[in-house]
Structures are given as structure tokens and as C-alpha cells.
Design a protein around this ligand. Structure first.
Ligand code: LLP
Length: 423
């Protein structure tokens, strides 16, 4: 397993780097997310190395994990940011990410968002519709600015991933149909406050097979040539994110060097700058969600391990049938196994972390780790069932820091206002 290096057993206990997870649990309680900084730094270096001889901007997709500490750590490695909201823009700014390294993606950018991003002179707007193009031109005109843009093309390619995270098929809401591309670039050229500088795609997330990327790149290559023939100055190709990680033993990660090789060929042939928007690949395997077994219950046909983390803390198993490995915090010596559903305390049948999972026998009050939860874990959490957001911890060698306090219930309730007429 890719993350064995960062999460490993020492003296019978699970450690993140050189810190005992039991020790953290004793101090701050459970559940909590913890991330190993070294896992993230290593991934950043691996990616930089694979692309070292390519003219590239790596824009971390903040949505995967937008904790300020994580953004700052990745920014410190020289990376930019791929953002999709005003909130993410402000987060990138506060983590000192240079506007010149910020890409703005997303289908629904508001006027306020476009204005703020223009003010910060970001590198590029990835436009997803004609209506957005018109709105952006109008705002830029009012501000006396020229907006740098790319158009996100929908290449109608099946990324062979879960339907809810596939974005590059014609039935998905994303991008502009391939056949309309020349037309839309013509329109951009007619709008004086827009400047087309690149082209963009993103076909989906958690993609383990490089073939869909290759197929999409081939289509995009033809389009870039046609656009240049029409006189458009396409100086960069944003290939999006989407590289998957192994969430368990059955999955195999794509080879990053192979991915870089495919892109290198393209970049040299077209003499074009490359933008990458990786999210999950950088942070996914750095993190785990640590939770406590509240009860073991033997149902009519199944065993249930009821833990104190629920679908509001980690939605992926419920929403995408995602597999996450589950490791006990105490190393199991006697190899006793049990098959069980690992479920949370939320009042929903869909509230599970794993189903029919064979795992080491655990007992009430034991701690377990839900692995590979560094991406799309904490960021997708909610307050459902009035549960406060859990704490987040960053481990670095033998130190650890709280990078987000556990949300307190009082704070949660205080946000609501009861009108006087009810009181
Ligand atoms: N660029 C764009 C335009 C995107 O929409 C996304 C992800 C990325 C980059 C980063 O993709 P990554 O490298 O992380 O695959 N919540 C889902 C994943 C949703 C991804 C949405 N877009 C999950 O937990 O699997």
C-alpha cells in the first residue's frame, strides 16, 4: 500500500509518521482527520520531478482539501491553485498563492466571483459557456481590464470512473461541446475585453486508467491545431486533474511517469505550456479519519460495528460506493477476523463507512483508521444530525499540530436566529 510508508505500526500501535495516533486521540478525542505532511511533500516532489523538463504550472485543486495549512504547505512547494469559488479564491490568497498561479474553474461563476478574480489578476478563467463569456466580458469592460480565458471543452470521453465523478461525457453539465469550439473562440476574439490564451479540459476524477486521458488529449491536439490555423493564440493546454489513487488493495495507481510521458510528447509537439489541476493525487493518501468503536451489535444476519464517525464526516462511501481500507489502531496479533458493516451514528441506512468488510476483530472503545481520506473527506463534511465538524491534525515527522479545532456545538447553535414572535 502506498501509504504504508506514512502510516505504519510501531510497538503494536498505528503511527502517522513518528506520532502515535492513540496519543493524539487521548489528547483531543475522536473522530479526527489526520494528515502526514511528508506524504504531501513527497507527492509534490514526485509530480515536480516527473514534469521537470516540461513547461508546466501545477495548480492544486483546492476542493480536494482546502484547509489553510494544507494549501500553504502545497503553495510552499511552488504550486498554484485551481479554484472554483470565492471562498477558495480567498483561501488561496491567504495562503500567499500568487494570483499569476491561480486558475478559476467551474460552471457557475457569479458576478461577484468574476469581479474579485479580475481584481486579483489571476492567470486564467476557464470558461464553460457562452453566457459566462458575455458576463465576463461585460465585467472586465466595466473594470477596464482584459480577462485571460481558456474554454473548457467537453470531449465526450468516458473516463471509466464512478458516474457521479465523470465530467467529460456529452451528457455531463461541463464544458462546451467539441464541435462548437471554433465558434466560441471566434466569439471570444470579437469581445474586446477577453483574451483567449489557452484551452482546457477535465474528464473526471479518480481515473485509474491512462487510456481515457490519451484519447482526450488526441482530440484536443487536433483542436489546438485547428484553432491556431484560425489565428487563435493558444499558448497553454490545461489538462485538468483526475489522476486516481489506490484506496485499497484491489486498486492500482496509474504511473505518474507514464502520464508525464504522454503529456511531454504532446507539449513538445505543439510547443505548448501545460497546466495540471491535480487534487486527490496530491493529498488523498496522506490522510486518515480516526474513529472510535462505540458498540458492536450482532444483527439478524450481519454484524455491525458502530463507530463515532458518520456520513456527515466522510461522505464518499455513501455517495460513490467508495472503498476505503480500514485499519485497527492497535496492531492485531491473534489474526482473529470478523465480517461486518462499519456504520456511523446517523439516522440513515446509507450511513456506512464499509459494508460486508472482513477485518481484524475489534472491540468496544477500540480505535480504527479509515484510510486514504485526505482528499474529499473533511471538505465534504456537513453538520447533519447537528454534529460539529471534526478536528483536523497535521503530522510532520515527530510533531503534530491541530490545523482545525473541533467545531463546538454552541457555535453551531448560535448561528441560528429565532425570530422574536416565536420566543
Ligand atoms: N479540475 C477540475 C475542473 C475539477 O472539477 C476537479 C475535480 C479537479 C480539477 C481535481 O480532480 P482530482 O485530481 O482531485 O481528481 N468528491 C469526489 C471528487 C469530485 C471531483 C470534482 N472535480 C470524490 O470524493 O471522489
Amino acid at each position: 500500500m502506498g501509504n504504508m510508508k506514512y502510516f505504519h505500526y510501531k510497538n503494536g500501535q498505528l503511527y502517522g509518521d513518528n506520532v502515535s495516533l492513540t496519543k493524539i486521540a487521548k489528547l483531543i478525542g475522536t473522530p479526527f482527520y489526520c494528515y502526514c505532511a511528508n506524504a504531501i511533500i513527497d507527492r509534490c516532489n514526485e509530480l515536480k520531478e516527473a514534469f521537470s523538463d516540461i513547461d508546466v504550472l501545477i495548480a492544486y485543486a483546492l476542493k480536494a482539501n482546502s484547509n489553510q495549512a494544507i494549501i500553504s504547505l502545497i503553495g510552499k512547494q511552488g504550486f498554484g491553485a485551481d479554484i472554483v469559488s470565492l471562498g477558495e479564491l480567498e483561501r488561496a490568497k491567504r495562503a500567499n498563492i500568487d494570483g499569476k498561479k491561480i486558475i478559476f474553474s467551474g460552471v457557475g461563476k457569479s458576478e461577484e466571483e468574476l469581479e474579485r478574480a479580475l481584481n486579483l489578476d489571476i492567470f486564467c478563467f476557464n470558461i464553460e459557456s457562452e453566457a459566462e463569456l458575455i458576463r465576463l466580458n461585460n465585467i472586465a469592460k466595466k473594470m477596464g481590464k482584459i480577462a485571460p480565458v481558456s474554454v473548457r471543452i467537453n470531449p465526450d470521453i468516458d473516463a471509466k470512473t464512478h458516474a457521479k465523478i465523470s465530467t467529460g461525457k456529452s451528457e455531463n453539465k461541463f464544458g462546451i461541446p467539441y464541435k462548437d469550439a471554433l465558434n466560441i473562440y471566434k466569439k471570444i476574439a470579437d469581445n474586446k475585453n477577453l483574451n483567449a490564451i489557452g484551452i482546457d479540459m477535465h474528464i473526471g476524477s479518480q481515473i485509474l486508467d491512462l487510456k481515457p486521458f490519451e484519447n482526450a488529449f488526441t482530440l484536443m491536439e487536433q483542436l489546438i491545431i485547428s484553432l491556431r490555423n484560425e489565428g487563435h493564440n493558444i499558448s497553454h493546454f490545461d489538462v485538468g486533474g483526475g489522476l486516481g489513487i489506490a484506496h485499497g488493495q484491489d486498486e492500482k495507481e496509474p504511473d505518474i511517469r507514464q502520464y508525464a510521458k504522454i503529456i511531454r510528447r504532446l507539449s513538445k509537439k505543439l510547443d505548448i505550456k501545460i497546466i495540471l489541476e491535480p487534487g486527490r493525487w496530491l493529498v488523498g493518501n496522506s490522510g486518515a479519519l480516526i474513529t472510535k468503536v462505540e458498540y458492536i451489535k450482532n444483527g439478524a444476519n450481519k454484524n455491525f460495528i458502530i463507530v463515532n464517525a458518520g456520513m456527515n464526516d466522510l461522505l464518499r462511501p455513501t455517495l460513490y460506493e467508495a472503498h476505503h481500507d480500514i485499519w485497527p489502531i492497535l496492531e492485531v496479533k491473534n489474526h482473529n477476523k470478523m465480517t461486518a458493516d462499519i456504520v456511523g451514528p446517523i439516522c440513515e441506512t446509507g450511513d456506512y463507512m464499509a459494508q460486508a468488510r472482513l477485518l481484524a476483530k475489534v472491540e468496544q472503545n477500540d480505535l480504527i483508521a479509515i484510510m486514504n481520506a485526505g482528499a474529499y473527506g473533511a471538505v465534504m463534511a456537513s453538520n447533519y444530525n447537528s454534529r460539529g465538524l471534526v478536528a483536523e491534525i497535521l503530522i510532520y515527522n515527530d510533531r503534530f499540530d491541530i490545523i482545525r479545532e473541533r467545531q463546538n456545538i454552541d457555535e453551531l447553535i448560535r448561528a441560528d436566529k429565532v425570530p422574536n414572535w416565536i420566543k
